[in-house]
Write a protein of this length. Structure first.
Length: 418
């Protein structure tokens, strides 16, 4: 029988915990490399989580949902304070995960319905609209010679695309984006009680907004994700209004925040390694590979959570029942046993698609194809219209303080005016 977490923390691998800062997003990759070699599974005293660094182990955990539950994937890292709980309870907050924290049979039932409404057919149909949104964003700064790519492009473009699919009016974009930030910080951040209270109010507003979208579709059917799900429900599909609202609660967050970060991190890597930017200008056929390499090399999500439902082993390490587990996706994506020269960013790489940026198994990201399409279109238009893009000199890029999302706070770019 595996021992307690405290006992396991005293094993040699626990030395890794002293050097592990789960909230450090500026450059976590040197630690990841060390952990893969020296401490592929260790216990973090700070988090009270087992931390997993190797691709094979992480993939195996993702794939075994019967042993490793996703129930904690969306749970606040720091327990909600009593005042925050009261605010959410009295505000009617009853949100549960749309998909990522559910397990079969509910997960299977809901995911099948969502995939039918939110899949490649609908994504391909809106490609012209995606291109128009991308070019409208470029128009906003093209004649200026400089921009904050994060704030003026990556922040809004994925949201405008997604909200069109979900039927959110453009005028609501700022507040839905604000709620998404609150959700990220409340779930994956390291917040004080006072900070939690602010975000608790926002979560109540966010959840009630999702419920209102569903109610509106009952009164006025529309051709969008909530409209499709309500229509299926009326035709006899087994999905409740609360479950539809839960899907929206998840999609309205995950469907654009991760793509925002993918675009910002991907552009940073391409422009820092100029030969890759020049390569996709010269050979646009390389753009899809550039998207995959961005997902591998600098993923939006560098860590994700699971919980052991029974005594288990990960990479030979005993993991007791009820243990929390942190999977270092950012480490898996640079595993030397999977990728050749993993520390090199290369848009001609042939093995990039082995990354785990979208997870693996039954919970793999349902909107991954949309993210790929959006970034590919963005790169196509940016390289066509502004081939001379470069990173602004002497900038220090900061990242949002949390354990899962590697989100830059700004990315200044510039180019010569003709």
């Amino acid at each position: 029988m595996p021992g307690s977490a405290a006992q396991l923390a005293r094993c040699p691998y626990s030395d890794a915990a002293k050097d592990f800062d789960p909230f450090e997003m500026r450059d976590p990759f040197p630690f990841y490399e060390w952990a893969r070699a020296e401490a592929p599974v260790f216990f973090s005293d700070e988090l009270k989580y087992f931390v997993v660094a190797r691709h094979a182990d992480i993939k195996a955990v993702f794939d075994d949902w019967r042993t490793f539950s996703s129930e904690n994937a969306q749970a606040p890292l720091r327990p909600m304070c009593e005042e925050g709980k009261r605010i959410m309870r009295e505000g009617g907050f009853t949100a549960y995960s749309g998909l990522s924290a559910r397990v079969p049979p509910d997960h299977t039932r809901i995911r099948k319905l969502v995939q039918g409404c939110f899949g490649p057919r609908r994504f391909r149909a809106i490609e012209p609209e995606i291109k128009a949104i991308v070019n409208q964003a470029i128009d906003g700064f093209a004649d200026r010679g400089h921009a904050d790519f994060f704030r003026e492009f990556a922040y809004d473009v994925p949201a405008l695309v997604l909200f069109k699919l979900v039927g959110v009016p453009n005028m609501d974009v700022p507040r839905v984006k604000s709620w998404a930030v609150s959700r990220a910080l409340l779930t994956w951040g390291d917040l004080s009680d006072d900070e939690q209270i602010v975000h608790a109010h926002n979560m109540v507003e966010y959840w009630n907004y999702c419920r209102e979208l569903v109610r509106q579709r009952h009164d006025d059917p529309t051709d969008d994700l909530p409209g499709d799900l309500v229509r299926l429900q009326k035709d006899g599909a087994e999905i409740s209004d609360e479950e539809i609202a839960g899907v929206l609660y998840s999609v309205l967050f995950a469907g654009h925040e991760t793509t925002t970060t993918l675009m910002a991190n991907g552009m940073r890597e391409l422009l820092q390694r100029r030969e890759n930017w020049e390569a996709i200008i010269a050979e646009p056929r390389l753009i899809p590979t550039a998207v995959e390499e961005s997902l591998r090399f600098s993923p939006s999500i560098v860590a994700w959570r699971r919980r052991a439902l029974k005594d288990a082993r990960i990479g030979g390490m005993p993991v007791p029942k009820d243990s929390n587990i942190l999977l270092l996706i950012g480490s898996a994506n640079r595993d030397e046993t999977v990728f050749s020269a993993p520390a090199r960013f290369d848009v001609r790489r042939s093995d990039a698609r082995s990354h785990l940026a979208f997870g693996y198994g039954i919970h793999t990201c349902v909107g991954q194809q949309l993210a790929r399409i959006e970034f590919a279109i963005a790169l196509g238009e940016l390289t066509r219209r502004l081939p001379g893009l470069r990173l602004a000199a002497d900038q220090s890029i900061d990242f949002v303080h949390n354990i899962s999302f590697r989100v830059p706070t700004a990315l200044r770019i510039e180019w010569d005016m003709a």
